[in-house]
Write a protein that binds this ligand. Structure first.
Ligand SMILES: *[C@@H]1O[C@H](CO)[C@@H](O)[C@H](O)[C@H]1NC(C)=O
Ligand SMILES: *[C@@H]1O[C@H](CO)[C@@H](O)[C@H](O)[C@H]1NC(C)=O
Ligand SMILES: *[C@@H]1O[C@H](CO)[C@@H](O)[C@H](O)[C@H]1NC(C)=O
Ligand SMILES: *[C@@H]1O[C@H](CO)[C@@H](O)[C@H](O)[C@H]1NC(C)=O
Ligand SMILES: *[C@@H]1O[C@H](CO)[C@@H](O)[C@H](O)[C@H]1NC(C)=O
Ligand SMILES: *[C@@H]1O[C@H](CO)[C@@H](O)[C@H](O)[C@H]1NC(C)=O
Ligand SMILES: *[C@@H]1O[C@H](CO)[C@@H](O)[C@H](O)[C@H]1NC(C)=O
Ligand SMILES: *[C@@H]1O[C@H](CO)[C@@H](O)[C@H](O)[C@H]1NC(C)=O
Length: 540
């Protein structure tokens, strides 16, 4: 055989195979406006190769020819022998087309669909395909007829581009339910410098595999379960299985039986995403050493296949940081500690306010039952030197004004209430005994004054025997004193208040609050008259 003959035979074979692939035998054809389209007659083997026959293309209605089509009839429509091409199809191309060659004819009815501006494809032009889940999903974007003009091929899923390539492209994957959708292959053609699109859309439906499928257990092949000894454990084995598949637990050791392990008779079945699921529970009561590090196997099986999953119990490491329960516990306890610390700090800072508020709330009164007459004995400079005018005014005016008139306390003020003369020291002693607090207004001159000696024994008694509580009000910082009664140095610092006239005008000021805190709790009767504060020596 000559090479030429061989070549021609080969060519003929190719032409034959391709022409058979892409000729159009359907009668009714939907086509979208604006895209290239062609009609090609499928030659019968008889007519094939008969070159002497003349070919006629026409747009027709039944047997009635409306217009003959020839290469000159329209720039959009081209005719080459068995093929009629539209570049592109337009709405007015709708109608019947007839091919005639000898006594052989073929007719197609073309239905041109208007383009939907909001979609990349037309719903009337989709090819539906069903793919079983887990089976191969193949989308092949290949157009052999227009291949020589293709400049770019893009794949869209639900009109969103997912891939792009030059001549052709394809997508293969294991079908999942989420793969369902419309896949459009858009071929961009360039012909004579003009750009055309050809769209081919597949409506892919993912369905359940109707044939019996191999059952599969869900989750990893080996599962580690952290347990504590003595705890009850429930192992849940779930499978994707057919109705009649068998699922069971196996947990027998040779020559060993577990009395604390039971397989639940009831199986749970449910359908999710169209698939049948089944789960079976293994209960282990009071886990013991023998249950640890042993394979509890779950098996699902049918005639075709078997799947096994193992569960291994491990002793829980209680300090395991990765353990979420432990972590949560840690976080909660840290938070609680922080909250407690904050609360304590707040309580310390606002101790005075809290105590005063509590006293107010409870209406507490410590003064009712102790049989004492005065709430406080006020001691300060006895001799009224002109340079001590400020202390005098404080002790005789400010203090009573606030404590007596405003807060309803009863004070015994040496200077005011004790008539000069008489057995002063005895008097002081008995008055202090009748008082609940001893308020000392401390100033420089106080120290040098003889009152100091009178009070020294009282102070000593008060501090050492804790008979009376002392409140020290400083006019001058104690550190300035060169000589301080020794007993005063024993005084706790919170019992020392510093008087700063300019800051302490309001009843709500810190100074008065602190003073009230040190004073005995008493139901406050504001605005109590002076009449109750009788001169001490006139009392019986
Ligand atoms: C070719 O067609 C002509 C006219 O229809 C016919 O006479 C002839 O027999 C055909 N030849 C073949 C090989 O079929
Ligand atoms: C068409 O012509 C062929 C021969 O070319 C013949 O065998 C066939 O019977 C004819 N068919 C009709 C419908 O005339
Ligand atoms: C696509 O397939 C689904 C499922 O088979 C069907 O319900 C839907 O109507 C189809 N859409 C079109 C446009 O054919
Ligand atoms: C495809 O088209 C782009 C722009 O239209 C052009 O730059 C490129 O050369 C074309 N590619 C081919 C292979 O025709
Ligand atoms: C062809 O499709 C592309 C998207 O792939 C689009 O941007 C372009 O406008 C379309 N051209 C025509 C002529 O339809
Ligand atoms: C077992 O697990 C499956 C999901 O994996 C769940 O649907 C089922 O309710 C579980 N059974 C029990 C008893 O917890
Ligand atoms: C559990 O399965 C493993 C492998 O999957 C196997 O080696 C082991 O013997 C099985 N144990 C039981 C109790 O069936
Ligand atoms: C199990 O028991 C049988 C007889 O009761 C004995 O022959 C066999 O060795 C034992 N197997 C093991 C692993 O202890």
């Amino acid at each position: 055989m000559h090479y030429r003959e061989l070549f021609l035979t080969f060519l003929a074979l190719i032409v034959k195979s391709t022409s058979e692939e892409i000729c159009i035998s359907r009668h009714n054809i939907n086509v979208i406006e604006g895209e290239p389209f062609y009609l090609k007659h499928c030659l019968s083997s008889l007519a094939h190769g008969n070159e002497t026959n003349t070919i006629r293309w026409s747009k027709s209605h039944g047997s009635h020819v409306l217009a003959k089509l020839n290469p000159r009839s329209s720039p959009r429509i081209t005719v080459h022998n068995y093929i009629l091409e539209f570049w592109p199809v337009e709405l007015n191309d709708q109608g019947s087309y007839r091919f005639q060659m000898g006594n052989e004819t073929k007719e197609w009815t073309l239905n041109v669909i208007k383009r939907d501006e909001h979609s990349c494809f037309s719903e009337k032009l989709v090819k539906s395909k069903k793919v079983a889940v887990k089976k191969a999903l193949l989308i092949n974007c290949k157009n052999s007829y227009y291949e020589k003009w293709i400049n770019k091929t893009s794949l869209y899923k639900n009109c969103e581009k997912i891939d792009e390539n030059y001549k052709s492209l394809s997508m293969v994957k294991n079908a999942e339910f989420t793969d369902q959708g419309y896949y459009s292959c858009i071929f961009s053609l360039i012909r004579n410098g003009k750009l055309y699109n050809v769209t081919q859309t597949f409506n892919i439906t993912i369905c359940e595999d109707l044939n019996n499928k191999n059952p599969v257990l869900l989750g990893p092949k080996t599962n580690y379960v952290a347990v504590e000894l003595g705890e009850d454990v429930e192992l849940n084995c779930s499978a994707l299985a057919n109705k009649n598949d068998v699922i069971y637990w196996s947990f027998w050791k040779e020559n060993e039986s577990y009395t604390n392990v039971h397989e639940e008779k009831e199986k749970t079945t449910w359908i999710s995403e169209g698939k049948q699921h089944v789960s079976i529970i293994l209960r282990i009561k009071k886990v013991d050493e023998k249950n640890l590090n042993f394979l509890f196997n779950c098996t699902v099986t049918n005639e075709g296949s078997t799947d096994i999953q193992s569960f291994i119990l491990l002793r829980k490491d209680s300090t395991d940081i990765s353990n979420p329960v432990f972590m949560r516990g840690m976080i909660i306890s840290v938070l609680i500690s922080v909250a407690v610390v904050c609360l304590v700090v707040v309580c310390v800072i606002y101790r005075v306010d809290l105590v005063l508020f509590y006293r107010h709330l409870m209406g507490r009164d410590e003064t009712l039952t102790d049989g004492k007459t005065y709430d406080a004995f006020v001691s300060y400079l006895k001799d009224c030197h002109p340079e001590n005018g400020e202390e005098y005014a404080f002790a005789v005016e400010t203090l009573p004004k606030v404590l007596e008139k405003h807060f309803g306390y009863k004070l015994c003020i040496f200077e005011r209430d004790i008539v000069p003369g008489g057995a002063v020291i005895d008097e002081i002693h008995s008055l202090i005994e009748k008082s609940r607090r001893l308020i000392i207004v401390l100033s420089k001159s106080y120290i040098g004054n003889e009152v100091r000696y009178e009070l020294e024994s009282e102070l000593h008694e008060a501090l050492v025997e804790r008979k009376i509580k002392i409140i020290l009000i400083e006019f001058t910082p104690v550190s300035d004193f060169t000589f301080l009664p020794q007993s005063l140095e024993l005084l706790k610092s919170h019992r020392v208040l510093r008087w700063k006239a300019e800051e302490t005008l309001s009843y709500n000021s810190r100074f008065w609050k602190n003073l009230l805190y040190l004073m005995p709790a008493k139901t406050i009767k504001p605005g109590q008259g002076e009449s109750e504060i009788l001169p001490v020596l006139s009392a019986p």
